[in-house]
Design a binder for this molecule. Structure first.
Ligand code: CAO
Length: 429
């Protein structure tokens, strides 16, 4: 990159006025961001305020816009690289005309993707596609390293320089990568390594989302948790959801919007459940807004955006918000606003499996609920056994300010709403 820039200056020192974009501080305590992707290639014209780059920090999604009009000349980071706050992100020639040089001279990380070929008995045999840059290919060639044996850690399976260096420097052995398991119930036969070498440990850098989790979970487990479990009959709400689902289009209506609305209604009589606790001032703030944080499993790890003002929303509005947050979460596009100011949390692991869990509170919140799978159970009614659908629920309260009796009463109120969903109708506005 630097060599290329020097060349441009050398060729035409007077025709280029380069302006450098420095990565601004997106929020307190953030030292770096992960570059998701570039939307513009070098040597393309850009206008002021064009979005050039998407990135994310542990606090959310960020778009970097161009403060200048001109020609984009240099990208300082590739997709999936970690970029330091305060370092240059890109350079723009603000007097720039499009270069007459072949664009191949200035390549984006995307345009550097090639497939790997191997010469064998005078023939070209196409091998598995390897995503990386020519520079890294050169490095691998120099060290006689087969790139198909390198475990990629970059975006979309791209091989980064450090992946190659780890092997060259002997930190890591070339290995066969194991595919990610999407369906936990599907068990593939084990991949047998052809080599006899002993397996090596692998050093994996945490993503911004995982780094956020390190901080928040360490903080959270300083809180004395009171964990409480209860079984809830789902038959009524299953029937109601089927009825409503048959009559609505364009919204995915799962059980979560009912759980969330019932939580909000139950909290009207238990305001301490929707409070935040300041241990320094020994004050509890009963929050007026019910901003319900939802633990979501995303391709980037655990994310916890919140649905704002649930107390004034219908079940359909909550479902719409859930759909929006799930969509943004799956693309890594949640904003700081989606993630901050939650007042209570829910986690539903039920679509994956499980019964009871010990959910971890997200301070300064003081309460969290978690749901396992709904499963059938035979129950005695008179002289007969009937099948009932049972949801296993677990709740954790900050035991410094909430006692077991309050927790039990609150959960009983929530359970009554789920088991008799028509009561929720009384609260419709
Ligand atoms: N019981 C019965 N059915 C359930 C269920 C449960 N507990 N949970 C989900 N389902 C059903 C849904 O109703 C849906 O069925 P339909 O296709 O018939 O509508 C299906 O399973 C898939 O649901 P979903 O998971 O896509 O949607 P959701 O609204 O139930 O949950 C979300 C949304 C974001 C909570 C969930 O997708 C998710 O990410 N869960 C994981 C949360 C997690 O990781 N928790 C751990 C936190 S600590 O690390």
């Amino acid at each position: 990159m630097l060599v290329r820039l020097a060349r441009c200056f050398h060729k035409s020192p007077l025709c280029m006025k380069l302006e450098t974009f420095i990565i601004p501080q997106p929020g307190e305590g953030i030292a770096e961001v992960e570059i998701i992707r570039w939307l513009v290639k070098p040597n393309e014209k850009v206008k002021e305020f064009d979005i050039l780059c998407e990135a994310r920090s542990d606090k959310g999604f960020i778009e970097y816009k161009s403060p200048f009009a001109g020609v984009l000349k240099e990208l300082m980071y590739k997709s999936s690289e970690m970029a330091q706050i305060g370092s240059p992100l890109f350079k723009i020639d603000v007097d720039g005309e499009l270069s007459s040089e072949p664009t191949a001279e200035i390549k984006t990380p995307e345009s550097q993707i090639e497939s790997e070929h191997e010469e064998s008995s005078g023939q070209y045999v196409k091998k598995a596609k390897v995503l990386t840059t020519p520079c890294i290919r050169g490095l691998a060639k120099k060290h006689k390293l087969d790139l198909t044996k390198v475990t990629p850690t970059g975006k979309d399976g791209r091989i980064l320089k450090e992946d190659v260096l780890k092997i060259i420097e002997g930190v890591q052995q070339p290995e066969i990568s194991v595919p990610v398991v999407d369906d936990p119930k599907h068990i593939s036969p084990p991949l047998m390594s052809k080599t006899t070498s002993t397996p090596e440990d692998k050093i994996v850098k945490l993503t911004p989302v995982q780094r956020g989790m390190v901080k928040s979970m360490t903080q959270a487990l300083k809180i004395p948790h009171l964990t409480y479990s209860e079984d809830v009959h789902m038959d009524e709400i299953i029937a109601l959801r089927s009825q409503l689902k048959a009559n609505i289009k364009d919204i995915k209506l799962t059980f979560m919007p009912f759980f969330i609305k019932a939580l909000s209604l139950a909290m009207l009589d238990f305001p301490i459940i929707n409070s935040v606790f300041n241990e320094n001032t020994l004050e509890c703030i009963y929050k007026a807004s019910h901003n319900v944080s939802i633990a979501m499993d995303s391709p980037f790890g655990l994310i916890v955006p919140n649905i704002k003002d649930v107390q004034s929303k219908s079940i359909f509005e909550i479902a719409k918000d859930m759909n929006r947050l799930q969509d943004l979460g799956s693309k890594g596009k949640l904003t700081d606003n989606d993630l901050k100011n939650g007042t209570i949390a829910l986690s539903n692991i039920g679509s994956i499996g499980g019964t009871y869990v010990a959910p971890v509170i997200m301070p300064p919140q003081v309460f969290i609920g978690a749901f396992g799978a709904t499963r059938p159970r035979l129950e005695k009614r008179g002289s007969e056994y009937v099948e009932k659908q049972i949801l296993a629920t677990s709740w954790s309260a900050d035991h410094r300010i909430i006692d077991g009796a309050t927790t039990a009463r609150f959960v009983a109120r929530w359970k009554a709403l789920i088991e008799n969903p028509s009561i929720m109708l009384l609260h419709l506005k």
